[in-house]
Design a protein around this ligand. Structure first.
Ligand SMILES: NC(=O)C1=CN([C@@H]2O[C@H](COP(=O)(O)OP(=O)(O)OC[C@H]3O[C@@H](n4cnc5c(N)ncnc54)[C@H](OP(=O)(O)O)[C@@H]3O)[C@@H](O)[C@H]2O)C=CC1
Ligand SMILES: CC(=O)N[C@@H](CCC(=O)OP(=O)(O)O)C(=O)O
Length: 344
């Protein structure tokens, strides 16, 4: 890389998992980024195929480009690595990337949790690179901006976790809610499960239906607990839409005041978080890096209710990865990103 002060600067990025849903969203956003250039696009089964075969909507921007297989020279002339791979893969690649001092933004869950025992408990396998866990900063810029700025490696947060944490964390910090009492019911569009056709997310299972899954066992529970310092009962749901997550969160009230005021103060200077007094909708943030949050105090039940809406592929994935990369590289944090959704 030539300089952190960009303009005509080209920061060459490698994208691992470029042929997946998150990879496609990264490419869409990077096509309009002022400094980050999608230089190397890696796929697995789609290696050798044109980008348009996986991402027809990107045909004009990536007309002459194909996916490559990750190999020995894959990281030559690369200034930053984005990885959007199935869980488990980054554990095997991280040492190579870090040894070469290449800034690394990983979206898999491999390095999000800060200890290997917690990882093993929630993911079921022993961690293959526990010695690298403390080299990664958990990637939610609104919570860890300074640490991300000075990090060489960031583990971008999970999509459900991002939505829930941004709704709950300011209320925990304000002493407004009991951290031991948090309940998160969140619903996701099917793109959250990735592009591979699966029975559970196939059209005939999802269309006209609304279902919970992962009861008392979803892995993002661990991230929510790590980031909030509390205990969370989390129930994810699948809804018949393509993009979006709506997290509806409840906790026992412990403090005085209006939770909406605490959210407004916490996010007053955040370009991507909008505090609304209306119940937010996933459609308000579709295609964006935006988050819309609200909260209510219900003295009748002694509970606080907090809601947030994000695009799982935007702030829940590719957008957040780019926001983290911008910080790591000393760029404008919002470069290439927008809080404005596509509506209707
Ligand atoms: N979808 C979402 O909203 C979110 C996803 N995530 C996480 O991001 C990661 C990517 O998700 P998503 O894009 O949805 O997944 P997809 O299934 O859509 O894409 C997976 C990508 O990984 C590649 N891949 C698969 N197996 C291998 C392998 N053995 N070696 C190298 N590359 C491989 C695929 O390549 P090919 O197709 O060429 O075989 C593809 O590019 C996952 O860890 C997911 O949990 C996190 C937050 C939100
Ligand atoms: C709808 C759907 O299936 N969503 C996925 C979201 C999690 C995900 O993508 O995993 P990470 O964010 O941890 O990488 C799931 O529940 O497993």
């Amino acid at each position: 890389m030539q300089s952190a002060a960009y303009g005509p600067l080209m920061i060459r990025t490698a994208i691992l998992g470029a042929s997946g849903y998150v990879g496609g969203e990264l490419l869409r956003l990077l096509a309009a980024h002022p400094a980050l250039v999608p230089a190397k696009l890696f796929g697995e089964s789609k290696a050798g195929q044109p980008v348009s075969s996986a991402h027809p909507h990107l045909a004009a921007a990536f007309a002459d480009r194909s996916f490559e297989k990750f190999g020995d020279r894959a990281l030559d002339d690369v200034d930053l690595v984005f990885a959007a791979l199935p869980h488990g893969h980054s554990q095997r690649l991280a040492a190579t990337i870090l040894d070469r001092q290449i800034p690394f933004v990983d979206l898999g869950a491999d390095f999000r949790l800060n200890d290997s025992a917690t990882y093993e408990r929630w993911y079921g396998d022993a961690h293959e690179a526990p010695e690298l866990l403390d080299r990664f900063v958990y990637g939610i810029p609104e919570l860890h901006r300074d640490a991300i700025r000075s990090a060489k490696a960031v583990a971008a947060a999970g999509c459900y976790a991002t939505a829930a944490i941004l709704a709950l964390k300011p209320l925990v910090d304000a002493g407004m809610i009991d951290p031991a009492s948090m309940i998160v019911d969140a619903a996701s569009g099917v793109s959250g499960a990735g592009r591979e056709a699966k029975e559970a997310t196939g059209f005939s299972n999802v269309d006209g239906s609304f279902a919970a899954y992962g009861l008392v066992s979803h892995r993002h529970t661990a991230e929510m607990e790590m980031a909030t310092g509390g205990t969370v009962l989390f129930t994810p749901h699948l809804v018949p839409m393509t993009r979006g997550i709506l997290a509806t969160c409840y906790a026992t009230t412990t403090g005085e005041g209006d939770p909406l005021d605490f959210l407004r103060v916490a996010y007053a200077d955040e370009p991507f978080v909008h505090v609304t007094d209306q119940p937010p909708a996933t459609k308000w943030v579709a295609g964006s890096n935006g988050v819309q949050v609200t909260a209510r105090r219900d003295d009748r039940t002694g509970r606080i209710l907090a809601l947030s809406a994000i695009d799982n592929l935007g702030k829940g994935a590719a957008g957040q990865m780019i926001q983290c990369a911008n910080l790591m590289l000393g760029l404008d944090e919002g470069a290439g990103l927008s809080p404005i959704g596509v509506f209707p």
